[in-house]
Each structure stands twice: as C-alpha cells, then as structure tokens.
Design a protein around this ligand. Sequence first.
Ligand SMILES: [Zn+2]
Length: 340
Amino acid sequence: MSTLKSVAKGAAVQITARAAPWVWRVRRPGSLVILAYHRVLPPDSPLREREQPSMCVTPDRFDRQLGELRRHFEIVDLAEWLARSRRGNPLPRRACALTFDDGWRDNYEYALPLLVKHGAPATVFLVADHLGASYPFWPNRLMLLLRLAHTRPDAVGFPERLHAIVQPVLAAAAARGTLTTDDIDRAVQRAKALDELTIRDLVGATTAPFDEPSAGPDLLDREEIRRMAATGLVRFGSHTATHFRLGGDPPAAVLEREIVGSRRTLQALTGQAIELFCYPNGELSTAATDCVRTHYLGAVSTRGGWVPARPDPHLLPRIGIHDGATHTRAGFVATLSGWI
Ligand SMILES: [Zn+2]
C-alpha cells in the first residue's frame, strides 16, 4: 500500500473508532453483532507456521478485546439470544455474541481462561468427525506443501490440476526470492475454486518427502470439550462432520452426513442440545440451507456486518476478527463497526 493510502486508511480507522460507539448508542434496542474468531495463539507459537494469518489473534489481544467489548455490549450466548428473539422475549439493548470456528485446541488452552476471566459466553463450532485430530484440513497441508515446494521445487509432486493452480504463485515467489503469507493465502483461495471432494483428492495425492509435524492434536478432544462445557460459558455448535464446503449442489447423502449426522454425533458427545450450525468457509447452497433450517435453531455465515432488524436466523452475518485488522484498539473498534 502506498504511504498516502495507508495514511488515509489510518485516519479513516481513527475517525470510525471514535464515531462508532456513539452510533451504537442510538441503534435500535435489541441489536446484535456476532464476532467470528478461529485461533488464539501466542505470537511465537510454531503452530502459526501452518496457519493463514487471517485465522489468529494473540491471547493478549483477545484479553483486551473482551475488555473493550464489555464496555460497549452485553456479551450473550447466541443460541439463547435467538431463542429469546424467536419467542418475542425482551433482548439486551446492545448485544455481542462470540463464535469460534473449527474447534482448535488453542480455544481451550488460551481462549477459555480469558472467557472465564471476563465471564463471557461463547459458541465453539466443532467438526464432528475430527475431534482430537492432528492436521485435519486440506488448506493446512497445502500450506506446508507450498513452503516445501518453494525451498525444494523438485521435491513436491503436485497432480497436474493442482500444479496449474499453485504454479503461478510459486513462480512469482521464486522470482522474488521469498514466499510470503499473502502468496500462500492466494494459492489457498485459488484452490477453493475447486469443489471440496476434488481439492481433497488433489492435495491428498500430492507427493512430498516430509514428515508432518507431530506436535500433538490440533483440534479439541472430548476431555477438553467436557471441561469447556463444565464452565457453563461454552456452548457447542456443528461445523459439519468433515469441514465440508456446502456450495454447489452437494448430494443428499453428503447433506445428511455433514448437517444431520454431525448434530447427532455432537449431541451424544457433549450432552448439549446442538442448536447452531456454521457453514464451512461461508459456502452454502439452497439445499444445504433448507436442510440446516429443518434441523437447527440458527446458523452463521461469513457474510459481514451486524445482524439486521429482522434477520434470517439461518443466514446470520458475522464480523471476522484476526490480528491483521485488529492489532490496535482503534482497529478493533473500527472493525466491529462493520463500516470499513
Ligand atoms: Zn472452518
């Protein structure tokens, strides 16, 4: 970004951060903003190596963000807020709901103590068939493959179709002499143009001579889930059975397994009613949304913004929070506004 542009953006962030809380005060009663978090990891965690930067906040920042949220909002349990809204019961004047996608282990290790400290409820969306799993999702594996291909181009054998997707990114990185996290993000985004089964096959068929890091499980296991539930602050929702992106026109058997089956699995495991659903990558189809409507009280998407006055409870917008946009108080407040 040019200096002029970044100065202008900085000024816009400052002005928005000052104005937003005043505007919030005069919003209609019963307004709600839902925040979407993924991972909470210290800045020096080696786990950041295989993660997109748009997925992480540091524990320090998360702590400060919870403090800031409590100044402006009542932090509510999302399922409870929806149930009250559906019954026509009174709602808090200005509410904020916290959600975490994927069910990362760091949610237990780093986020939970801070949720307890601030008395903040949250919903964690679990991938039902991958509890306690290490290395569960294809984007994480693709990131490692790209890093390896950048340092040892001959060592990685991408299938032809995947090669065509990653090659321009790798070639540009080679010409520059460095593979940045933006490069990796770009390659992952390009790969997401393929449907879920195809990209899983292609990443799985890529050959590479590396041992996957075995730092233990990446995703929450049953015991951690039990302990989180026992605080009375954390409720769980479904993020499908296998993190299946539900765009296009998934077969009925896939919808049954990913939407209905995951709910059954998680109810049996957590002992909680699983009332909320989260669409992986925000991708959905009419058939998927219809199925979600039949089996869940509500669902969250990745569409940005505050929840509108008369929301569709199965297509709720959220505001994504990560280090990139929210490393200062002003940046966080401006992001919360949903205006920039
Ligand atoms: Zn996800």
